[in-house]
Design a protein around this ligand. Structure first.
Ligand code: 8IG
Length: 275
C-alpha cells in the first residue's frame, strides 16, 4: 500500500494523527488558532513563564500521539500562552528524542500538531555541546544550518523538500535585534544517547559543525515540510568531548543549564515578543 495515498490520510497517517491531536488541543484550550510552536530544550524551561499569560495547560499523555518524556521531569504538558504581542504560542513541553527509539513519526509529531493548530513559526531550542573554545557554558547560539548525522528523515515517501535557509535568516536577524552579540553556528545532530568520542567531535568540526546535540534537526525538517518558518537557538552547556580536557558529566550539563536559565529565558521571551 502506498502510505502517501491521499485516502490514507484519514486513517493511519502522521497528518491524521496530528489533526486528531490538534482537535483535542482546540477543544480543551478553547483556542481556535495558535501562531507559534515553541520547544523548550535543556536549560530553556524558564522561558515559558516570561512569555505571557498561560491560557491552557494539557498533560501530554492526554493528547493523541504524545508520550511522557524518557528523561524524568515534572509532568510534560502542552501549554497555550497568550504572548504580550497578542500571538498565541503552543509550548511543547515534551520533546521526543530520536534516541528513544520510538521512531521518526513520534519525533515529528509535535511539529505536525503545532502546524495543524495553525502555527506558522517554529522556535526550536536545545542544550548542546560547543566546538568553539571561546564559547563558555551558558552561551546561547543561533542555529544557522544543520548537519543531520542520524541517517533518518521524518519525511516519508518521495517527499523532496528543499532545506535552503531552513533556519530563517529573517528570524536570526530579528533575534539579533534583541541581542546583537548572538553568534551563529552549524548544529550537528548525532543519534545519541551517548555523547560523542573526541574523534567524532573532531569530525563534526572538520565537516563544518560548531555545535553537537541529539535533537532539533528532524523537528526542523518536519516543520519545514509543514510550511513553518524556523528559528533555532542552542544553549552551549558544555564543551564537546575532547574540546576541554575534562570528561562530560550529565550533572554538570544540567547545572550549566540551570545557571544560564534566567538569562537565556529572558532573551528568548524578548525574541518571542517580536515574532
Ligand atoms: I546538553 O556534548 C548536551 N547535549 N551530542 N553532545 C551531544 N549532545 C549534547 C551534548 C554534547 N551536550
Amino acid at each position: 500500500m502506498n502510505t502517501n495515498d491521499a485516502s490514507d490520510q484519514t486513517t493511519n497517517s502522521p497528518l491524521a494523527l496530528a489533526e486528531k491531536a490538534a482537535a483535542v488541543i482546540r477543544e480543551r484550550s478553547g483556542i481556535d488558532r495558535h501562531d507559534i510552536a515553541l520547544v523548550l530544550g535543556s536549560g530553556w524551561g524558564g522561558a515559558a513563564d516570561l512569555i505571557g499569560d498561560t491560557v491552557s495547560e494539557i498533560p501530554a499523555g492526554e493528547i493523541p500521539g504524545f508520550h511522557a518524556p524518557a528523561v524524568a521531569g515534572h509532568g510534560a504538558t502542552l501549554r497555550s500562552i497568550r504572548v504580550d504581542s497578542g500571538k498565541i504560542a503552543l509550548v511543547l513541553g515534551s520533546r521526543t528524542h530520536f534516541y528513544e527509539g520510538k521512531g521518526v513519526r513520534a519525533v515529528a509529531h509535535g511539529m505536525r500538531t503545532a502546524a495543524a493548530c495553525g502555527a506558522t513559526t517554529a522556535v526550536l531550542t536545545n542544550g548542546c555541546g560547543g566546538l568553539r573554545e571561546e564559547w563558555e557554558p551558558g552561551q546561547p547560539v543561533l542555529i544557522s544550518d544543520h548537519i543531520n548525522l542520524t541517517g533518518a528523515s521524518p519525511l516519508e515517501g518521495a517527499t523532496f523538500v528543499d532545506l535552503t535557509d531552513l533556519y530563517a535568516s529573517r528570524l536570526r536577524d530579528l533575534a539579533r535585534d534583541v541581542d546583537p552579540s548572538l553568534p551563529d553556528g552549524v548544529y550537528v545532530q548525532f543519534r545519541g544517547p551517548h555523547y560523542e568520542t573526541p574523534a567524532e567531535v573532531q569530525m563534526a568540526k572538520i565537516i563544518g559543525g560548531d555545535l553537537v546535540g541529539m535533537s532539533t534537526t528532524l523537528e526542523a525538517i518536519a516543520a519545514r515540510e509543514a510550511g513553518m518558518e524556523i528559528l533555532g537557538i542552542s544553549l552551549v552547556t558544555n564543551p564537546a568531548a575532547g574540546i576541554s580536557p575534562t570528561p562530560l558529566s550529565h550533572d554538570e550539563v544540567i547545572a550549566a543549564g540551570r545557571a544560564a536559565g534566567p538569562r537565556i529565558s529572558r532573551l528568548l521571551a524578548d525574541i518571542i515578543q517580536r515574532l
